[in-house]
Design a protein around this ligand. Sequence first.
Ligand code: ZN
Length: 485
Amino acid sequence: MQALHSTIASPVWSYFSTICSIPHPSKHDRKLADWIIHWAKEKNISCVQDEIGNLILKKAASHGYENNTAIILQAHLDMVPQKNNNIDHNFLTDAIKPIIEGEWLRADNTTLGADNGIGMAACLAVLADNTLQHGPLEVLLTTDEETGMTGAFGLKANALQGKILLNTDSEQEGELFVGCAGGVNVTVTLPYEIMEREPDNSAFEICLDGLKGGHSGCDINLGRANAIKTLVSVLNNLEGIPFHLAYFEGGSLRNAIPREASCVIICDPQYQNSIEIIINTLQKNLCSQFKASEPNLALSVKSCALPGFILTHKSQANLLTSLTQCNNGVFSMDNNFSDVVQTSSNLGVVSQNRNNRGVFDIQVLVRSQVEQEKQAEAQKIAQQFEQHDATVSLTGNYPGWTPNPHSEIYKTVEKQYVKLFDKQPKAMVIHAGLECGLFSAEYPQWDMISFGPTIKFPHSPDEKVQINSVDKFWQLLVATLKAID
Ligand SMILES: [Zn+2]
C-alpha cells in the first residue's frame, strides 16, 4: 500500500492500513476499538465508549469556526468476515492483506473491510489533522453494524451534541444518499390439520427453481419472480385436477427474494398425464412472462414417494388462499425520487414443520421510507393471514430515514461536489437499511447525508475499493467540513 501514500487521500490510506492490521470482524471489533481509544489518548483527543461499545470522539472547532454548526462524522467499526475456501485465514487473529490491482484495492482472498474501513480511516484522519477547518466535531464509530446494527440501536439520546450527521457508509462515489427504508418482520404461524390419503393415489413433486433471487429491498423492483408466489399460482392453475397438498416449502431467508420452492401433491393416477401437460404449458408461459428477468426459470414435475399424510381441505385452502392474497413486491414508489421504491414486501420463506406436525412458518419483510405506510402494509398482510386462522406477530421494527427535500446539508455537499468535480452528484434513496434510519428515532432533528467511495462486491471476498474514488471522497469530506457554517 506504500504506493498510495503519494495520493490526495494519503492520510486516509495510512489509517486504513493500520485498520487492516487489527482484526475487527462483527461481534469482535473490541481490539480495534481499544486501539482507537489508545490512539486518541496519545493525541489528546477526548474519546468515550458507551455501554454497547460505540466510540464517541470529540475535537474542538478550528480557529474562527467556534460558532459554526456542530458536526458528527460517522462510520461503523466492524467488517464482514468472508473468505475463499482456498486459503487459511483467521479473522480473529490475522491481518487483512490489501493488494493493489490496477485502479482497485482488494484483499488476498478475503473481504477487504473497505466497508466501512475507508470511512473510519477518514474519520481518524480528520481528527488527527489540525490544519483542516471545521466547526465543533464529534466522531461516532458504531459497533456491530453488519450483524444487526446493534450499536445504532443502542445509541442513547443526548450522547451527541452535533446537529448534522455525515455518514460514510455508502458505496458509490458521485451518489449522495438522503434517505433509506425501515423494516418490520411479519412472522406468521399457520396451523394445519391432516387427514389420511386414499391408498391407491399417486404423488407428484412440483419444483420451481433456477430463479435469481436477490436482496429483498434493493432488487425488489427488478421484476424477478418470487418462487413461493409463482408456485402458488401454478397450483391455482391446476384447475379440474382434484389434488391434495401434502407439503409446501420455499425460500430460506426473510430478506432474500426466494429462488426455489417445491411442493408434493397427490391425486388419482388417472390425472398424471393431465398434470404433466399443464405443468409443461405453465413452464412455457412462465418462461415467456419472465423472459427478461428470469432466463433460467425451471418448473418441473416428477413422481415421488407417497407422503404419510395430506392436508385437510380447509387447511389446504387456508394456505393457498392466504399465500395468494399476501401482498408481495412493490407497493408504492417514491414521489420525489425516480425509480426509487417507497414501500415493498417480500414473502421470503414458507417452511413446514413436519416433525411436530401441524404448522407452516411464513416470513415476510415489509420495508418503507415512510413509517405509516410500512405499518399499514404490515397490518394489512397480518390481517390477510389472520383471516385464514393464522397467528401473526410484527417484530424487529426499525425506522426508515425519510428523505428531507429541504435538507441544508444536501445543498452544502452538492455545492462542494459541483465546485470540486464540475459535475452534478446524484441524490439517492436506498430501499434498504442504513444506520441513519435508526439514528432518526433518537435524534429526529439531525440533518443527515451519506456518501463514500466506490466499493464493489462488499460482504464478499471480491470486495474492492476504487483508489481514485477515495481521493474524491476525501476531497469532498474536507470541503464539506469547511463549508458547513
Ligand atoms: Zn457498511
